[in-house]
Design a protein around this ligand. Structure first.
Ligand code: HEC
Ligand code: HEC
Length: 292
């Protein structure tokens, strides 16, 4: 390991091992009532904390990542004119009606008025596809339409077109609870995602749960750890200075613990996305959320 990489890894490890010893008891201040009283709500959202539907899950209270952000960051999500993520939503709306591919079709040619036909769709993704016998994320569903129905090329996962279209479609479900199918053929995928979530990996030998389940609400460096929920994606990150996909975020978290990340769109990340959607079931879609 190179010197600087090692120092970085060690300081990350230090920050992480210090978590349980930290005297900052933010946990006591993140109760929903306080948060709601202090900072209001993101635009278009009625609650940022929900109780789990069943009590066999790992969390007593399910919090949106919004809850853990600073007032300044939150303010950007309180007003759609301030929210930089809306640039992508608007671009997506334009793309919806733009013809592409050998069939000379746009999304609109088949799906008409997105506000009607796509309402709620983003809250149910990833969804089982009977024909392909696998679940498809929103990105994969869009690319299937492009290649199979439009005779157009796939959009790259992190391309501005894909981010715009996923932001546009998910935004049409804003305020609706995440409601992914978890039974039937989806069950093995939920299980696979859960396994990845709890498996320690990387040089720091940590799992997603070590941070987002065991230590949410606490400080890691200058940041509050959230529950790592997926309801705001694609999300505008101040650090990225642009919109980014959920799988990009997964990659970043895996790199932080010095693990080799899976690829965006890989079965591993699809399974993780399904598991997270199930874990955060009931949380309202906030796309495009703003995070730091
Ligand atoms: C070393 C601690 C750590 C580990 C381990 C970790 N993360 Fe994170 N994660 C963070 C931090 C820090 C952030 C940014 C602040 C926050 O939202 O918690 C973050 C953010 C996220 C977010 C964005 C939440 C939002 O509301 O925008 C998601 C999703 C996420 N992580 C998923 C995962 C997954 C899945 C794993 C396992 C592959 C994982 N994380 C492992 C530290 C970690
Ligand atoms: C030639 C017609 C056609 C075009 C053009 C087309 N699609 Fe589709 N799309 C379909 C069909 C057929 C389905 C599958 C419907 C089903 O399974 O019930 C579908 C399903 C979808 C779904 C999932 C809907 C759901 O309820 O789960 C999304 C999202 C979607 N398309 C987005 C797009 C986008 C974005 C574009 C443009 C980039 C596009 N489609 C272009 C035919 C088309």
């Amino acid at each position: 390991m190179k010197g600087t990489a090692k120092i970085k890894a060690l300081s990350a490890l230090f920050a992480v091992t210090m978590l349980s010893a930290t005297s900052i008891t933010y946990m006591q201040t993140v109760k929903a009532e306080d948060g709601l009283k202090d900072d209001g709500l993101p635009n278009g959202i009625s609650k940022v904390m929900v109780k789990p539907a069943t009590n066999d899950g790992p969390l007593d209270e399910i919090f949106s990542g919004w809850h853990f952000r600073s007032k300044e960051t939150k303010n950007l999500q309180k007003d759609d004119f301030e929210n930089p993520g809306y640039l992508w939503v608007e671009q997506g709306e334009e793309l919806w009606a733009t013809k592409d591919g050998s069939e000379g079709k746009s999304c609109k040619s088949c799906h008409n008025d997105a506000a009607k036909t796509m309402k709620g769709v983003g809250a149910e993704m990833p969804k089982w596809n009977a024909k392909l016998k696998r679940p498809l994320t929103l990105e994969q569903r869009i690319n299937t339409c492009r290649t199979e129905s439009m005779g157009a090329k796939e959009w790259k996962w992190e391309s501005s077109q894909m981010l715009s279209m996923t932001a546009f479609v998910r935004n049409l479900s804003r305020g609706m609870p995440m409601n992914v199918q978890a039974d039937g053929p989806m069950k093995p995928w939920v299980e696979k995602g859960k396994k990845i979530y709890y498996t320690r990996v990387g040089q720091l030998n940590m799992s997603c749960s070590n941070c987002h389940e065991d230590n949410y609400g606490k400080y890691i460096r200058a940041d509050h750890l959230s529950q790592g929920q997926s309801n705001g994606f694609p999300t505008y990150r101040l650090k990225w200075q642009k919109l980014g996909s959920l799988h990009r975020r997964f990659k970043g978290c895996m790199k932080n613990i010095r693990a080799t990340p899976y690829k965006p769109g890989s079965d591993e990340f699809v399974a993780l996305e399904i598991y997270l959607s199930q874990r955060g079931k009931g949380l309202e879609i906030e796309t495009p959320a703003v995070r730091n």
